[in-house]
Design a protein around this ligand. Sequence first.
Ligand SMILES: Nc1ncnc2c1ncn2[C@@H]1O[C@H](COP(=O)(O)OP(=O)(O)O)[C@@H](O)[C@H]1O
Ligand SMILES: O=C(CO)[C@@H](O)[C@@H](O)COP(=O)(O)O
Length: 558
Amino acid sequence: MSVPDPVVVGVDYGTLSGRAVVVRVGDGAELGSAVHEYAHAVLTEALPDGTPLGVDWALQVPSDYIDVLRHAVPAAIEAAGVDPARVIGIAADFTACTMVPTLADGTPLSELPQYAGRPHAYIKLWKHHAAQGQADRINELAARRGEAWLPRYGGLISSEWEFAKGLQLLEEDPEIYGAMRHWVEAADWIVWQLTGEYVRNACTAGYKGILQDGQYPSAEFLAELNPDFATFVADKLDHPIGQLGARAGSLTAQAAAWTGLPEGIAVAVGNVDAHVTAAAGDALRPGQMVAIMGTSTCHVMNGSELREVPGMCGVVDGGIVAGLWGYEAGQSGVGDIFGHFVSRHVPADYVAAAQAAGISVHEHLTRLAAAQPIGAHGLIALDWHSGNRSVLVDHELSGVLVGETLATKPEDIYRALIEATAFGTRTIIETFAKAGVPAEELIISGGLAKNTMLMQIYSDVTRLPLSVITSEQGPALGSAIHAAVAAGAYPDVPAAAAVMGRVARNVYTPDEAAAAAYDELFAEYTTLHDYFGRGANKVMRRLRAIQRAATAKVEATA
Ligand SMILES: Nc1ncnc2c1ncn2[C@@H]1O[C@H](COP(=O)(O)OP(=O)(O)O)[C@@H](O)[C@H]1O
Ligand SMILES: O=C(CO)[C@@H](O)[C@@H](O)COP(=O)(O)O
């Protein structure tokens, strides 16, 4: 039955909230949206029952995701003022790699009363960085054995991904590991809740699950890591794969009741918040690097050839769109770093001044910093407060600020931190270019796009034009585009993106004088980056070890 003037719903699951957007299929117009904050946010210090967590843990609670379906989706439909009968499809994208340990029927282990006090029964959020030890062992062994898949991940597997997190689970809580039937990406878990069927999406399986050319790491490799890990793929991970934009199934009666949408409509295969955004910017061609800049930054770009880029997150055939090699890189901390500075290091008089001006502390610091000549603050920072995802792939790295004096002001540091993240992006772009995957344009989405000083700094530092995805809900729009394809309204994702994508071209262009001034600072950044990040001085790793030992002592005496 065809529906007149159909609409679709895209749901974007972020780090702290989920957002739903209602989009008209015919032209991509966004008719309404709504946000729902997760009640439990991110668990970093303790479980809901008070059980303490270790250093670098980051967990989530699955009912928070269902609440997004129950609240944000109906609220978005209401805001759009459309009859739910016009909705022909829904799609969701998620942070990744965010992993849910479940029973055979998809029940998360943390929902079983007997496991409510067990940290490993909970969802490990993408920024759970406590599996670095396991990642190091995976990388060492893979390099020693010359595993063919390792170059597809830039030579290093991240502690954020399925294997490192799964191995940590096995080694630290074997009982929970034994009770787990599926180790499920949250992107697929939510689709499972919508359709009643578990379909593993090709994007996370490739980037986060080491599925290359139809194969996972071998049982021999896994056994060498830990004999009990030998059957990890067969027992916990392997599952039929769904391609991006395909229909995973139909909305169940239960999910229809949660969302207020018609039972039986198309539900698209799950996707990752970063990769799905390329469709929202109609940026699916080689050379178009999409940067999703919020809490963290993800960089995704298609290429027509397979290349090995050192330190990239990965390259996956069809990982962004069918028919092209999808490349991904990222910076684990970006907006998070500015947020940390704002909440922990800004004096009360700055907060009061921002309040008096009716602006956020971010905006206040930005205004103060914007007038400075480049380099006037005398500072260089390293943007590793949440570790380094690309190109060093090391989450034991931490932040650095060089040049602080008694004259340094908060806005100086704020600007230096922004510049550091821009230098981090340039490092990624240069590494891609050297490997034969050049970026010609940056297409920006995410919360940081609203900071015009920051955007101009990125254009100057990278010497690239910046286009901006005009939707405030870039990933959710990307999901809506995938929903339209899954519902059969368009033949493929590029065709839908060409009509439904939203982008303003060349909003920022590089200023050559500024770019030249940044070259000098970037050279200093690179010196520090290589010194602390490439093994000349492993002080950051030693400090982490000291921190872990000190924390363990406190826990033991508690
Ligand atoms: N004016 C600003 N300039 C720079 N960063 C900002 C500004 N306002 C908020 N932030 C940072 O932006 C991040 C949130 O980005 P957003 O895209 O909304 O979230 P998410 O990545 O979770 O989807 C936070 O980390 C916050 O510290
Ligand atoms: O790592 C990925 C994608 O691969 C992201 O999901 C992760 O960085 C979280 O992104 P957000 O900062 O929540 O947008």
